[in-house]
Design a protein around this ligand. Structure first.
Ligand code: PMP
Length: 371
């Protein structure tokens, strides 16, 4: 569709055009129901089929065992910053949780959790977030209720591929996977709670997917959790204590089907590797014109922040020209987050390898013209 822009934004993100077309085809009359999905009762059999299919597909994609619940909740990933603390801070007598803060989003989560109890910052607060301090410098608690980290910092471009090895095996791990969810395989059984905002890799904003160990919920002793954030209530009501975000769940269902049709996480992992390599090679071969300051081991494959540097200083005039020229080539949303400035390239699953090649070529041409 030639009217479509290429959107390299950090979210809400570009979705595959074929998924949007399917939704368009079903818009006035979903599956012979004579209604749009958003006009269906959440208690109808037609909607039940949608949410059940979505759950079945994500269980298949990630090999989620029955001992884990899959919830489709509201309030985005941000609501989970509170939910995790309210449900699990009391899991152990220490009533303390360890938070590894590696950027803007884990910092927000830690600050929110501090409203509800004792939070131990495993590493000191940083002013720039360009990697992860060495594990032998971390200050872990004796027996924390859980260990929290963010697998991919969307603003700072810091990605942690594996659960840090220094965390003892019996500590429940809570992970915010909002921005790299479905871009690489991982072992669900190593986690207590995983949550991901839908707006990047599987659909529409507002929806958050939560995957959690059911047995932990049984041990929860906090009696004053707002009902909508209470995992026990949400599990008992199969995400339908109140009216769920039905249309967003429908879009997630389509995106999970698309994910499977792409070849699942194996294929999407390869695509993510190819796309990010194209951009990092362009940066690393630019002789310091494009600069990404994240430690190489922690470079995000999904969100790539960079600056344009000339004569040893950041060149905001050239960055402004970069955005303007990119727009002329139909490439949008390349501005860095207001907290850090500069350029940010987000390569979610809805961005194709071809679109990334086009951007990498644009970057090389831009440099040749303006260096
Ligand atoms: N965590 C991460 C890593 C994010 O990137 C975002 C959104 N950009 C959030 C949490 C918050 O998500 P939401 O806006 O859906 O609450």
């Amino acid at each position: 569709n030639s009217a479509r822009k290429v959107n390299f934004g950090a979210g809400p993100a570009q979705l595959p055009v074929e998924v949007l077309e399917t939704i368009q085809n079903e818009f006035l009359n979903f599956n012979g129901s004579g209604s749009n999905v958003m006009e269906l009762s959440h208690r109808s059999s037609a909607f039940a089929k949608i949410i059940q299919e979505a759950e079945r597909d994500i269980r298949e994609i990630l090999t989620i065992p029955d001992s884990y619940a899959v919830l489709f909740l509201q309030g985005g990933a941000t609501a989970q910053f509170s939910a995790v603390a309210l449900n699990f801070l009391n899991l152990k007598p220490s009533k303390t949780a360890d938070y590894l803060v590696t950027g803007y989003w884990s910092e927000k989560a830690a600050k929110e959790a501090e409203k509800f109890g004792k939070i131990n910052w495993v590493v000191p607060k940083s002013s720039k977030y360009q990697g992860v301090p060495a594990e032998d410098t971390w200050k872990l608690s004796e027996e924390p209720s859980y260990f929290y980290y963010c697998a991919n910092e969307t603003i700072h471009g810091v990605e942690i591929e594996n659960i840090p090895a220094v965390v003892p095996k019996d500590v429940p791990i809570v992970c915010d996977m909002s921005s790299n969810f479905l871009t690489r395989p991982f072992d669900v059984t190593k986690y207590a709670v995983i949550f991901a905002s839908a707006q990047k890799n599987f659909g529409a904003s507002g929806l958050v997917l939560v995957i959690l160990r059911k047995d932990l919920v049984e041990n929860n002793t906090n009696k004053s959790i707002p009902i909508i954030l209470d995992y026990k209530v949400q599990i008992a009501n199969e995400s339908m204590y109140n009216t769920p975000p039905t249309f967003s769940i429908y879009v997630a269902n389509k995106m999970f089907a698309w994910t499977k049709a792409q070849g699942g996480l194996k294929a999407l992992n390869q695509q993510s590797a190819s796309k990010s390599s194209l951009v990092y090679e362009t940066i690393d071969e630019s002789n310091g014109f494009y600069v990404n300051s994240v430690e190489k081991n922690y470079r995000s494959r999904v969100n790539i922040p960079l600056r344009i540097v000339t004569n040893g200083t950041t060149n905001e005039t050239l960055e402004a020209l970069f955005f303007a020229e990119a727009v002329k080539s139909n490439m949008f949303e390349l501005k860095g987050h207001r907290a850090v400035g500069g350029i940010r390239i987000s390569l979610y699953n809805g961005i194709t390898v071809e679109e990334t090649e086009k951007l990498a070529n644009f970057m090389r041409t831009f440099q040749a013209k303006n260096n």
